[in-house]
Design a protein around this ligand. Structure first.
Ligand code: ZN
Length: 193
């Protein structure tokens, strides 16, 4: 379903779950994270038991025009693969120089960011807090809480997504559980495809 972005329109999503009845969600399961986690053995074991849903997102289908805004909701479920928290794959924008905003509406999450020059940063957000992801920074959402981490996002509609760089190189940092809280550690597999 596409719509006319030259006219006003209304969309709805539930403020507690992030679910929108206006679209089908795109879903990513444990098996979609193969090759992207620190403990591949733990991942394989989990998949054998059940290929759990890790995250889903509702993109409301704006055409990729530079003057328009793409937006939707993202829902990352609670869980861990080994010590590593459930996370989205993460991406750079195809047009690197485009920023994005993420508004937390439920749960407690961490937005992990890094730029091609190697600067790494992160923000922790809870409902009502919004992260401004600067242009040039890859970004990944990580659920460090116990309930679904739900966010609303918006960015310039022509940004595009470069998933491949993260799929092959990874992020420089991993977010793991340590002593009942989260910790950032160096990713030993970074840069090794
Ligand atoms: Zn993005």
């Amino acid at each position: 379903m596409s719509y006319n972005v030259d006219k006003s329109s209304v969309f709805s999503f539930a403020l507690d779950t992030g679910i929108s009845k206006d679209r089908e969600s795109s879903r990513r399961y444990l098996s979609n994270l193969k090759g992207m986690v620190a403990d591949e053995g733990a991942l394989e074991k989990m998949i054998k038991k059940e290929d759990t849903l890790v995250y889903e997102f509702y993109e409301l289908g704006v055409p990729e025009n530079p003057g328009d805004l793409a937006f939707g909701t993202s829902i990352c479920y609670p869980g861990k693969i080994g010590d590593e928290f459930f996370m989205t794959k993460g991406h750079f924008h195809g047009i690197l120089d485009i920023a994005e905003v993420y508004l937390c509406i439920r749960g407690r999450g961490l937005i992990l960011m890094e730029n091609p020059e190697g600067d790494c940063t992160y923000e922790v957000i809870t409902p009502g807090m919004m992260v401004y992801v600067p242009k040039r920074y890859a970004h990944r959402s990580i659920n460090i809480g116990k309930e679904p981490f739900v966010q609303f996002f918006a960015f310039r509609a022509d940004a595009g997504h470069d998933y491949g760089t993260i799929e092959t190189k990874g992020f420089r940092k991993l977010v793991v559980e340590q002593n009942g809280d989260f910790a950032l550690i160096d990713n030993p597999k970074w840069g090794k495809a």
